[in-house]
Design a protein around this ligand. Structure first.
Ligand SMILES: Nc1ncnc2c1ncn2[C@@H]1O[C@H](COP(=O)(O)OP(=O)(O)OP(=O)(O)O)[C@@H](O)[C@H]1O
Length: 345
């Protein structure tokens, strides 16, 4: 049995214009220690799904089983106890502005009635874990966005939860801070073997840290799989749009930039290489040079890494004899690197 199991879960709301199927027949399994991403556009049903996982909503039908416990059956004190096992991280941090970093972090422990000494020791541990040492006495207003989210994460971890649910946890942060917070989540996942479920409308968040992903559209999970596989061969139109969002537009060279490069580097061929995460761990660039004897000049490119592979596009100038260049072309194909000729002499 998986750690989290959803079986045919439906959640309907009575909206102004009739019944809304916010979550429509979703079945999912999530393993212990996994970082599982749920991606979808606004209104797809992600927040409702999260609220079903933390017991804030009851499904209209279906089962939500976590650690072999049917969450739907929990009531009163048992439901409150269950909620403590689930940490929540929010997009807008939800910190108390009149409390310091340390006071925000210990809040759930205070509510739990933990003795002062014990909770202070736990807070010190958490502050260390999330990298806020030295900022304990600061107030939220004195912190950067990334630091505020670190407080949010520490507070979510205070009760030593079994699951961390992140609701657009990085959507209010700039790209660099987003990366730092994602790194922190990855560290926590590894150190504590904590199961993390995160929802987002940003595919790069999924690429960066998730093991598996479910794509939601109109209340349904339309596609699910290993992140690498979904990136490499997205099946549904909505998934293709999300994957495109990742490769375009910043990472894709524009026609003008290609024209400029062709003028500047008229010799040989100019190839556009696309790394979609399917490649083996081979050092493709150095190997192609050694094996085929071509000269290869990297003109432009953005290659990013996720947990397991490289993604992105690269423009290269390849020079050599006709046979050497053809061999290089064949090598890229064999390595499952997408290759397109942009220019040849
Ligand atoms: N309490 C509610 N009452 C009525 N309709 C609701 C309620 N909660 C959600 N919905 C509707 O259910 C659908 C899914 O909403 P949900 O918030 O889960 O989507 P989402 O993917 O999280 O989008 P967003 O990121 O915009 O919150 C939407 O059409 C929304 O209007």
């Amino acid at each position: 049995m998986s750690f989290i199991e959803l079986h045919h879960v439906k959640k309907e709301f009575q909206g102004k214009e009739g019944l809304v199927s916010a979550v429509n027949n979703v079945s999912l399994t999530i393993e212990k220690g996994e970082i599982f991403g749920i991606v979808g556009y606004s209104g797809a049903g992600k927040s409702t799904l999260i609220r079903l996982l933390n017991g804030l909503e009851q499904p209209t039908s279906g089962e939500v089983i976590i650690g072999q416990q049917d969450v739907v059956e929990l009531k009163g004190a048992k439901l409150r106890d269950y909620r403590k096992r689930v940490g929540m991280v929010f997009q807008h941090f939800n910190l108390l502005w009149s409390r310091t970093v340390r006071e925000n972090i210990v809040l759930p422990l205070e509510l739990e009635g933990m003795a002062r000494e014990e909770r202070e020791a736990r807070a010190t541990e958490l502050i260390q874990l999330v990298g806020l040492k030295g900022r304990e006495e600061a107030y939220p207003a004195q912190l950067s966005g990334g630091q505020k989210q670190r407080v949010g994460i520490a507070r979510a971890l205070a009760n030593k939860p079994d699951i961390l649910l992140c609701d657009e946890a990085t959507s209010a942060l700039d790209p660099q801070t987003t990366d730092e917070v994602l790194e922190l989540l990855l560290t926590i996942n590894r150190q504590l073997n904590l199961t993390i479920v995160l929802i987002t409308h940003e595919m790069h968040v999924i690429r960066k840290i998730c093991h598996r992903v479910a794509v939601m559209e109109a209340g349904k999970v339309v596609e699910t799989g290993e992140v690498l596989q979904v990136f490499h061969s997205p099946q549904q139109a909505v998934t293709k749009r999300f994957v495109q969002q990742e490769l375009l537009p910043e990472n894709e060279p524009t026609d003008q930039s290609i024209d400029y490069l062709i003028q500047k580097y008229p010799q040989g061929v100019i190839l556009q290489l696309k790394f979609t995460g399917a490649q083996s761990k081979e050092p493709v660039i150095s190997k192609v040079i050694k094996q085929t004897n071509v000269d290869l000049n990297v003109l432009q490119g953005t290659i990013q890494q996720n947990q397991k592979a490289s993604f992105g596009t690269m423009l290269v100038q390849v020079t050599g004899t006709k046979e050497e260049v053809a061999a290089a072309f064949a090598y890229f194909k064999e390595q499952e690197v997408g290759v397109e000729v942009k220019h040849h002499e």
